[in-house]
Design a protein around this ligand. Structure first.
Ligand code: HAM
Length: 420
């Protein structure tokens, strides 16, 4: 029989690694609370048309990477990102009529059928946030500053912040024209994909990884040269606020990002390539002022970001110790099990984590297990303890052992844990 394995690009996270995940998730939730964001949970499955309409038909994700299926005639997709679902929920629940500004964050799995490699998976987790109802640019700068603080707190060093502006629909249209004019004479030298994109979605050529495309776009015009007066004021406002906050950033005139919904502010935060390989973008985000109206809601501006949790964990320098189980109850024989289980129950009710080893086996093997679990105290129960109404309390650090009356065990454990 062939052995069953996880789906390619979809990974297990075993308990040995989970402490690192918990730490990043907890720091994220704490940071979000500091900035007034509240958690939203949206479904993992959405109507396929939601992603086609928001992310854009001619994007890599929609063209090639979605896990889509038809269920009872309904086209559905495993969510490849969180923004479209959050925006749908915001419109569906009429949130705009209840509050002028909404700050939401989310954490959870996303699905994209990409070619798996280090830092790039088919099921991955994002932490992300969206602000609806604030046209910026102060909130844009605040969000980027928040991310810099978050990355520092989880121990990501050497992160580079790249910022650009896409302008509004007018600037985007002018830029597309300028880009096509610039690339048309170079068409034969572009990759096959980009030759096709020149007609369908020329902006995508700017983030192609193909060296032929990268060479061709090296001297392409910058979109910031084509902004209208309002876009330009927004862009200058953003850079002014970033400077006031002391955020070190690089203006990246050819940063366009892989999704079609962006308007004005765009940003990415890159980590060190030696740790992350090809997937060195930790965070991606930007403004999408047209999406809420496109989904049938009121005209509400929005901005957000998402970061890949696996990448954050790869990039973070901090070692995290796995939490130990401080108390181990080693029972020897049937009567001892019946005596030890209620004892463990009592300890847990008092908030003390413990593990009961009720298996048949020698005291020596149970003490070995207590050690590997990091126990600081082992309570040994055999027939004579059951008869005498006591336990043997072994302090694993000091290597001492004392007889303690059953009624005093919880207090004795508390005092021993407090002392060592
Ligand atoms: P994105 O750039 O597609 O943007 O993804 C954001 C982040 O998710 C990436 O920077 C990366 O860290 C992580 N990521 C993406 N694909 C993978 C993958 N296959 N494996 C591992 N990590 C991955 C968005 O998703 C937008 N929704 C961000 C946003 C929110 N814009 C506005 N609001």
């Amino acid at each position: 029989m062939t052995s069953l394995r996880a789906v390619k690009g979809m990974n297990d996270v075993l308990p040995d690694e989970i402490a690192r995940w918990h730490r990043v998730e907890a720091t994220f939730a704490k940071t979000m609370a500091l900035y007034g964001f509240r958690e939203v949970r949206t479904p993992y499955v959405e109507p396929t048309s939601l992603f086609v309409r928001t992310m854009g038909e001619a994007t890599d994700v929609v063209e090639k990477e979605m896990y889509s299926f038809v269920h009872h005639d309904e086209p559905l997709t495993l969510r490849p990102e969180g923004t479209a679902g959050a925006a749908r929920a915001y419109v569906e629940h009429g949130v705009a009529s209840r509050e002028p500004v909404t700050r939401w964050y989310y954490v959870g799995p996303m699905f994209r059928a990409e070619r798996p490699q280090r830092g790039r998976y088919r099921q991955f987790s994002q932490v992300g946030a969206e602000v609806f109802g604030d046209a910026g640019p102060a909130v844009d700068a605040e969000m980027i500053d928040m991310l810099v603080v978050f990355l520092e707190t989880i121990g990501v060093r050497d992160a580079r912040v790249l910022v650009n502006s896409m302008g509004g629909p007018g600037a985007r249209a002018r830029y597309k024209e300028a880009l096509v004019r610039y690339l048309e004479p170079k068409k034969a030298g572009l990759s096959e994909d980009s030759q096709r994109r020149l007609a369908t979605n020329p902006l995508r050529i700017l983030d192609s990884k193909d060296p032929r495309d990268q060479e061709a776009v090296a001297g392409a015009p910058a979109i910031t040269e084509l902004l209208d007066a309002e876009d330009d004021a927004h862009w200058r406002g953003l850079t002014r606020h970033l400077a006031a906050l002391g955020v070190r950033y690089e203006a990246a005139p050819r940063l366009v990002r892989g999704l079609d919904y962006y308007t004005r502010t765009l940003f990415e935060i890159k980590g060190a390539t030696d740790k992350l390989g090809a997937g060195d973008t930790l965070v991606g985000g930007g403004r999408y002022d047209g999406m809420i109206a496109d989904l049938g809601g009121p005209s509400v501006p929005a901005i957000g970001f998402a970061a890949g949790l696996e990448r954050l964990i790869l990039a973070s320098d901090v070692e995290v110790a796995a939490p130990a189980v401080p108390v181990f109850v080693a029972t020897l024989g049937d009567a001892a099990v019946a005596y030890g289980l209620p004892l463990a129950h009592e300890l847990r009710r008092a908030g003390i984590a413990c593990e009961v080893d009720a298996r048949a086996g020698s005291l020596k093997s149970k003490l070995r297990r207590a050690n590997t679990q990091g126990a600081r105290v082992t309570l040994i129960v055999g027939d004579s303890e059951v008869e005498g109404g006591t336990v043997q309390l072994k302090d694993m650090g000091a290597q001492t052992q004392d007889k303690v009356a059953r009624a005093d065990v919880v207090a004795a454990v508390v005092s021993r844990l407090g002392a060592s």
